[in-house]
Design a protein around this ligand. Structure first.
Ligand code: LLP
Length: 427
């Protein structure tokens, strides 16, 4: 029986008009009181619901969702997903160690992507027996063969092909054009598979593709996979059997307020994949990151100061660009909502952090209901590429993280301390 999905695309809501913002059944005011701010709060239920959307939409296929660890690499989230059968897409030896720490049993569900793998990273991945290496260049393929020979372990690989497909997204996160550093020109792939097939330490296993991130239309995914499928048939004629197609990640979400239907988006996406791969009966791998975790998370922050400079009003919060860099880096939009709304007229303000840069902002000229020092506000859709891209810039400690599961909330990462930050240094 397919499960009915929640109609709302976010777990953050006011149960009553006057009550504080909640994550599921848990009040954010209470969480801020218990764990301090800035605080990342995630809904486990929402993350699992998103995974289930993929499972249902792809029910007719042999499919494995390999969550892109880079979006949010919290061990508790990896463990949660692994327990529901997810695999993982990793891009570094560090991410591999995270998967092994959270869910060692999932090692054979790991795909290893990335344009610059080191010998040590490859060795470790060979030793733990990952599912497949997504190889991005001819020299990486040579290195993989050499390491596999040395360790006497055959390496299963996919070539990550660059399909030369344009996808509408921010230029920093678009990857599927020939001018990008990613993948191998799809026109050169067949000859590389042929020579690799002659190497006893290399096993041609799959083809992978990833055209970019925050893509909201299903069409470019379909277009890329049609090209991939052509390559599968071309290779079959040469006697090379491709067992898996990795369609990458990239499915976007709606960062703005308003109605959206994530389950319908996954169904459209799955339909485009299905059309393109109608003749393929091997395993389908997917690498969603953002779609699984972004809307499950919020960054809760306290207003420190409200100040007027000329005609502008600045709301200065205790979170800053080091905690959530997406607005500064990609001009990304995040909805900002007061945790305990006050009555009064909304007005345009800049919401900024305390870091010493004008680029340290969360929103500019944003209409917000009145807020005062001491109030809490939540930056929504911060579950992906939030904590994962945080830093200690300005010697600021990183936020704590809390996972809400049903009625319970638990700390999954304590707030850093200044002692943590100073520990690796020598004077
Ligand atoms: N697979 C590969 C090979 C990737 O490079 C990525 C993301 C994914 C999967 C997951 O993509 P997703 O489903 O999350 O779109 N920091 C940026 C996004 C960078 C994406 C990098 N690669 C942001 O905050 O928007």
């Amino acid at each position: 029986m397919p499960k009915a999905f929640q109609s709302s695309s976010r777990p953050f809501h006011h149960p009553q008009p006057q009550s504080p913002l909640h994550c599921g059944a848990v009040s954010l005011e209470e969480l801020a009181r218990n764990f301090g701010t800035p605080l990342y709060v995630y809904s486990a239920d929402q993350i699992l619901e998103r995974l289930e959307m993929f499972t249902q939409a792809l029910a007719g296929r042999d499919a494995l969702v390999c969550y892109a660890v880079k979006a949010n690499s919290a061990l508790a989230i990896l463990k949660l997903l692994a327990a529901r059968g997810a695999g993982f897409d990793i891009v570094s030896g560090g991410e591999l160690e995270r998967v092994l720490a959270a869910a060692p049993e999932a090692a054979d569900r790991v795909v290893f992507s990335g344009v610059g793998k080191t010998a040590a990273e490859i060795d470790r991945a060979l030793d733990v027996g990952i599912l497949e290496f997504n190889v991005e260049s001819e020299s990486e393929l040579e290195l993989l063969a050499a390491r596999a020979a040395k360790r006497k372990r055959k390496a299963r690989f996919a070539l990550r092909v660059n399909p030369d497909v344009f996808a509408e997204t921010h230029p920093y996160i678009s990857t599927g054009l020939r001018e990008h550093k990613f993948g191998i020109d799809i026109r050169r792939a067949a000859s590389l598979y042929e020579s690799a097939a002659r190497n006893r330490w290399l096993e041609p296993h799959g083809i992978s593709v990833h055209i970019g991130s925050q893509i909201r239309s299903a069409d470019p995914f379909g277009a890329a996979l049609e090209r991939v499928y052509k390559l599968v048939t071309q290779l079959a004629r040469k006697g090379i059997l491709i067992r898996s197609i990795d369609a990458g990640g990239g499915l976007g979400i709606d960062y703005h307020a308003g109605k959206s239907d994530p389950a319908a988006r996954v169904r459209d996406y799955a339909a485009a994949v299905d059309r393109a791969l109608a003749g393929f009966d091997g395993q389908l791998l997917l690498e969603p990151g953002r779609f699984l975790v972004a809307q499950a998370g919020a960054l809760v922050t306290r207003v420190l100061i409200v100040k007027q400079n000329g005609r502008k009003t600045f709301v200065i919060t205790d979170a800053a660009m080091n905690d959530l860099i997406r607005p500064a880096l990609y001009q990304a939009h995040h909805e900002i909502v007061p945790v305990q709304p006050r009555t009064g007229r909304a007005r345009a303000v800049d919401v900024v952090g305390p870091v010493c840069e004008s680029g340290d902002f969360f929103a500019r000229d944003r209409k917000l209901p009145p807020v005062q020092p001491g109030d809490l506000v939540a930056l929504l859709d911060a579950g992906a590429y939030g904590m994962a891209q945080s830093s200690n810039y300005n010697t600021r400690v990183r936020p704590a993280e809390v996972l809400v599961e049903g009625r319970n909330a638990r700390l999954i990462r304590r707030r850093e301390t200044i002692a943590d930050l100073l520990a690796p240094e020598m004077v």
